[in-house]
Design a protein around this ligand. Structure first.
Ligand code: HEM
Length: 504
């Protein structure tokens, strides 16, 4: 009797064990099928790809090389091709390296590539932001927001930039007087955060003096999204919308809501005090009733929140990266620094830099361009094909993600001899004439290019010229040059350290 029970139990153990094994095998099979079902796409299209891993596509290559080198490795490998493919785990991505094709995608056939790839859907208050909006709604919001960035509006925003550049100088003075070495990226981040908060919402932060302020803290939380979530969404893109639905967003909801309520209270205060239309910032324009200011269609409150937040994103990391690299590269190239200082002295003299007088700083413009060429903060662009099209003999099916490898093109020796060398002369009008116009596109091109480009350039020139008027930047004990780029973002692994000397 006892023996037959044991036998029966053992038999059950074996049966449940077999069922468990079968379930695991089925799940594994479903997983492998899901991950690989699109892996034949490029073969069908007759497009080459680098060797990939059977399940994760080229994800492993991105981890191994980092976001910069992975571009250049494949870009060089397919140097005779117009396009090649890779798989972001299971998503086929068509990489376009031919500059004429890039032009067609961004401009001539824009209507087939109006959208960007959206990896993660966002919830309000970030949902309706310009960067991720699609199709007609993107067109409407872009048309409503564009007047904010006209030359006239930028001129009116100039005092916001100048005020914050003066705070930057005070801070540098303290560091110089106490003999401290300066990490440029950090200090440029503080400056750009203060400036964009002032330009977008008219808020005075003074993060340079008070780095712990609540606004800066919340921004910090948002600009460092959950890396685990990011990795999972890349592996399993279909989970993205579900994460949003179950309240696990990319960006902390609390911080997003904090920013949205900051916008609400600024708008309410202006209404109360009757100062709407006098502050000359982004909120002023979009909340204004005045049609003659160029607002074609009024934005909803949710769209105003989203645009205000995206301006902080768009204008923070990008501008601080370019500003810190330009100052750093000038510090390690004293002959270029001297020439830039001489130009500032001659063209601006003792006046404080403003949107008007920085327009004449052509050499500084060349230095900034050369820094963005070497390290473009937006190191690739992408578009999603919304209707199938053939371009230059390449068939691009609807839904295909198209990637434009900005960093690899900016460092291609065919267009830029000795690309690792900092050489502002590449941007003289004569040298520019000899190059394909799409060999340099740090702000994108076409109708969906960077809306903040002109503002960014004015901000950069005002801040850098103000520093060069008063200080000479020199290498210090912590300076590492040539620099090494981080594997995941446009910054150096060793910081951008310099010492600051007052000019005689
Ligand atoms: C040096 C600084 C900057 C760089 C290098 C930069 C770069 C870029 C790039 C490459 C794009 C994508 C363009 C494309 O897909 O063709 C972009 C889009 C965008 N940028 Fe910038 N950007 C900078 C500064 C700014 C600033 C200061 C703002 C706002 C105040 C801003 C707001 C935006 C927005 C809203 C978009 C999305 C435009 C759309 O989809 O219609 N950017 N930026």
């Amino acid at each position: 009797m006892y023996q037959s029970w044991t036998y029966a139990l053992n038999e059950m153990d074996v049966t449940s064990g077999l069922i468990a094994l079968l379930v695991i095998l089925l799940l594994l099979f479903a997983f492998v099928h899901y991950m690989t079902s699109s892996h034949g796409t490029f073969q069908k299209l007759g497009i080459d790809i680098p060797p990939k891993s059977p399940v994760l596509g080229h994800f492993g290559h991105a981890l191994k090389y980092g976001v910069f080198d992975v571009q250049t490795v494949f870009y060089k490998k397919f140097k005779d091709k117009k396009v090649y493919g890779w798989y972001d785990t299971r998503t086929p991505v068509l990489v376009v390296r031919d500059l004429d094709m890039i032009k067609d995608i961004l401009v001539k056939h824009f209507n087939s590539f109006v959208d960007r790839r959206v990896v993660m859907e966002h919830d309000v208050p970030f949902r309706d932001n310009l960067l991720t909006l699609r199709g007609d709604r993107w067109k409407q919001v872009r048309a409503s927001v564009s007047p904010t960035f006209s030359s006239g509006r930028i001129k009116k925003m100039s005092p916001h930039i100048e005020r914050n550049a003066k705070i930057l100088l005070e801070n540098l003075k303290e560091k110089q007087e106490s003999g401290q070495e300066v990490e440029l990226k950090e200090i440029c981040e503080f400056f750009t955060l203060d400036t964009i908060a002032s330009i977008a919402f008219g808020i005075d932060l003074n993060t340079l003096k008070n780095p712990e302020n609540k606004f800066a803290q919340e921004i910090k939380k948002i600009t460092n999204p959950n890396p685990l979530l990011l990795a999972i969404v890349f592996l399993f893109p279909f989970l993205g919308p579900w994460f949003t639905r179950i309240g696990l967003p990319f960006f902390p909801k609390k911080s997003m809501n904090y920013l949205a309520s900051a916008v609400d209270s600024v708008m309410a205060e202006r209404k109360r005090e009757g100062t709407e239309g006098t502050v000359n910032d982004f909120l002023d324009l979009v909340t204004s009733e005045a049609k003659e200011q160029g607002v074609k269609e009024r934005l909803s409150l949710s769209e105003i929140h989203a645009q205000s937040i995206i301006f902080i994103f768009g204008g923070l990391e990008t501008v601080s990266t370019v500003m810190s690299f330009t100052l750093f590269l000038l510090a390690v190239h004293p002959e270029c620094l001297e020439r830039a200082q001489k130009e500032v002295d001659e063209k601006i003299g003792k006046d404080f830099p403003c949107s008007k007088n920085v327009q004449n700083l052509h050499y500084l413009d060349m230095c900034i361009n050369e820094a963005i060429r070497m390290v473009p903060p937006a190191f690739f662009l992408d578009r999603q094909c919304v209707e199938s099209i053939d371009i230059n003999g390449v068939h691009i099916p609807k839904g295909m993600v198209v990637l434009l490898p900005v960093y690899a093109i900016h460092n291609d020796p065919t267009f830029w001899p000795e690309p690792e060398k900092f050489d502002p002369e590449r941007f003289t009008p004569e040298n520019k004439e000899t190059r394909h116009p799409y060999a340099f596109f740090p702000f994108g091109h076409g109708p969906r290019n960077c809306i903040g480009m002109r503002l960014a350039l004015v901000e950069l020139k005002i801040a850098i010229a103000a520093v060069l008027q008063r200080y000479t930047l020199v290498p210090c004990s912590k300076t590492v040059y040539p620099f090494h780029l981080s594997k995941i973002r446009a910054r150096t692994t060793d910081g951008a350290w310099v010492k600051i000397n007052p000019r005689k």
